[in-house]
Design a protein around this ligand. Structure first.
Ligand SMILES: Nc1ncnc2c1ncn2[C@@H]1O[C@H](COP(=O)(O)OP(=O)(O)OP(=O)(O)O)[C@@H](O)[C@H]1O
Ligand SMILES: [Mg+2]
Length: 417
C-alpha cells in the first residue's frame, strides 16, 4: 500500500476487501468470529504481516486482544492493555488513528513479549468507532516486518473496515443482549405460570378443605337441631340453627373465594361435562334435565364455561324460584353451545345486570368471561316466563352465522325459553 494514485487493481482489491468485510460482518455469527475473520482479511488485503483486533472492555477500562492472525490467535483473550496504555490503548482513549513508521521511536509504544514486537517495524492503529457519540468499541492494528510508511490511502481503507466492524460488533452485542432479554422474559413467563399454577392448586386445596370442614360441622349441627326438634327442645334447635346459619355464610364466603379465578379441581378430576352435570344435579330444583356431549376444549375455555354455568345456576337458585332447569352442552354447526334455561320467574329488561342492584356482577362476569374466550352470550328472559343463558363459542373453522347483535348481556324480549 502506498500514497500514490491507485491503480485499477488497487481499487479492485479495496472493493473486494470491503465486500468481504461486509459479508463477514453481516453473517449471523458472534463477535469473536467476526473479529477473527476480519483480522485475516485485513492482513491479506493491506499486504501487512499481522493484524490485531483489540476490543474495549468499558467496565474494566481496558482493551483486550479479541482477534489476531496466526500464530497470535493463541493469545486471544490473554493480552490486555489499560485504556491509554500502549498504542492500542492510546487510540482507544483518543478515538484517533496512530500511524507509527518506527515503533521503537514512539513513546506510546509498549512492548508485549507475547506479541513479539521485536519482529515488526511499522504499524498503523485505527479506532473502531460508533458514529453516535464517537464511542470506541475497539482498535484495529496492522503491523509490517519491513519498515513501511502507511499513508492516507491505508488509513482511509482501515478506517472504513474498522467502522464496519464497529457497527457489526455493536449489532452483535445488541442482538446478544436482546436474545438474553428475550430468554429472561421467556423464563420469567414460564416461572410466573408455574407459580400461578402452584398457587391455584394450593388455594384450591385449602378452599376445598375449608368448605368441606364447614359442611361437616354443618351436618353435625343440623343433626343436633334434629335431635332438639325430636325432643321438642326449642332452645337447642334455635342454638344449633344459628350456628348452622353462620356455617353456611362462612362456606359461601369460601366458595366465593374459590370462584374468583381458581380452576375447579373437579375439572381436572372429571372433565367439563360431568363437572357441569354435578353442578346441575346439586341444584335444589325438582326437575333437572341434562344434555351433554363430550367436547374437547382448551383448559382455560373449560374453566370459563364452568364459571359461566356456575353463575347461571347460582342465579337460578337465588332469583328464579324454578321447578325445572335444563343444561345442555353441544357442538353444532356454529360451534360449541352451552345453555342453562329455567322456567322461573324471569326478569324484565330494565332489571338486567341487577337493575338497581349496583353490586350485581354475575351477568357482567358471564359477559366478560365469554369475551375472553371469544364466545358470545345471549340472555333471554321475561317476567314469569323463565330465563335462558346461552353461550356460543364459534367454531374457528365453521360458518359464523350467529348474529352480532346476539352478543349483548341481556335481551329480555327477544325470546322466551
Ligand atoms: N335465572 C334468573 N331468574 C330470575 N332473575 C334472574 C335470573 N338471573 C338473573 N336474574 C336477575 O338479574 C339480576 C342480575 O343478575 P346478576 O347475576 O348480574 O346479579 P345478582 O345475582 O343479583 O348478584 P351477584 O351475581 O353479584 O351475586 C338479578 O339480580 C336478578 O334480578
Ligand atoms: Mg348472580
Amino acid at each position: 500500500m502506498s500514497d500514490q494514485p491507485r491503480s485499477d487493481k488497487a481499487t479492485g482489491d479495496e472493493v473486494r476487501l470491503l465486500g468481504l468485510v461486509i459479508e463477514a460482518t453481516s453473517a449471523d455469527m458472534d463477535v469473536s468470529d467476526v473479529v477473527q475473520r476480519v483480522a485475516n482479511l485485513v492482513t491479506e488485503a493491506t499486504g501487512s504481516d499481522v493484524c490485531f483486533v483489540h476490543l474495549v472492555d468499558e467496565a474494566r477500562g481496558c482493551v483486550v486482544l479479541a482477534g489476531a492472525t496466526p500464530p497470535f490467535d493463541e493469545q486471544i483473550g490473554h493480552v490486555e492493555l489499560r485504556v491509554g496504555q500502549g498504542i492500542a490503548g492510546w487510540v482507544a482513549l483518543h478515538a484517533e488513528a496512530a500511524v507509527v513508521p518506527d515503533k521503537w521511536q514512539d513513546s506510546r509504544y509498549r512492548y508485549i513479549p507475547a506479541l513479539r514486537g521485536e519482529d515488526y517495524a511499522s504499524m498503523v492503529s485505527v479506532p473502531m468507532l460508533i458514529p453516535r457519540g464517537r464511542r470506541v468499541v475497539g482498535v484495529l492494528n496492522v503491523h509490517s516486518k519491513e519498515h513501511r510508511d502507511y499513508g492516507p490511502y491505508d488509513l482511509a481503507l482501515l478506517a472504513q473496515v474498522a467502522n464496519l466492524m464497529a457497527r457489526a460488533i455493536e449489532n452483535a452485542r445488541l442482538y446478544q443482549r436482546l436474545a438474553e432479554r428475550e430468554e429472561m422474559l421467556e423464563s420469567f413467563a414460564i416461572r410466573t405460570i408455574e407459580a400461578q399454577e402452584h398457587e391455584r392448586r394450593r388455594l384450591a386445596g385449602e378452599i376445598h378443605d375449608g368448605i368441606s370442614q364447614r359442611l361437616i360441622s354443618l351436618w353435625y349441627h343440623l343433626l343436633a337441631a334434629e335431635d332438639g326438634a325430636a325432643s321438642a327442645d326449642a332452645v337447642v334447635v334455635t342454638r344449633e340453627l344459628v350456628v348452622a346459619k353462620e356455617l353456611v355464610t362462612a362456606a359461601l364466603d369460601d366458595a366465593r373465594g374459590a370462584i374468583v379465578g381458581l380452576r375447579p379441581t373437579t375439572l381436572d378430576d372429571l372433565g367439563l361435562g360431568p363437572s357441569l352435570e354435578s353442578l346441575a344435579r346439586s341444584l335444589p330444583v325438582r326437575d333437572v334435565s341434562v344434555d351433554l356431549q363430550t367436547v374437547s376444549l382448551p383448559p382455560h375455555v373449560e374453566v370459563a364455561l364452568y364459571r359461566i354455568a356456575q353463575e347461571a345456576f347460582q342465579n337460578v337458585v337465588k332469583h328464579a324460584g324454578a321447578t325445572r332447569v335444563e343444561l345442555s352442552l353441544r357442538r353444532d354447526d356454529e360451534g360449541v353451545r352451552l345453555v342453562v334455561a329455567d322456567d322461573g320467574r324471569g326478569f324484565a329488561e330494565d332489571s338486567a345486570g341487577g337493575g338497581a342492584n349496583r353490586h350485581a356482577y354475575g351477568l357482567l362476569g358471564i359477559q366478560e368471561r365469554a369475551e375472553l374466550i371469544g364466545a358470545r352470550v345471549t340472555v333471554r328472559s321475561r317476567p314469569e316466563r323463565g330465563t335462558t343463558v346461552e353461550v356460543l363459542l364459534p367454531d374457528p373453522t365453521g360458518p359464523h352465522r350467529h348474529p352480532a347483535s346476539g352478543s349483548s348481556a341481556a335481551a329480555s324480549d327477544r325470546a322466551t325459553p
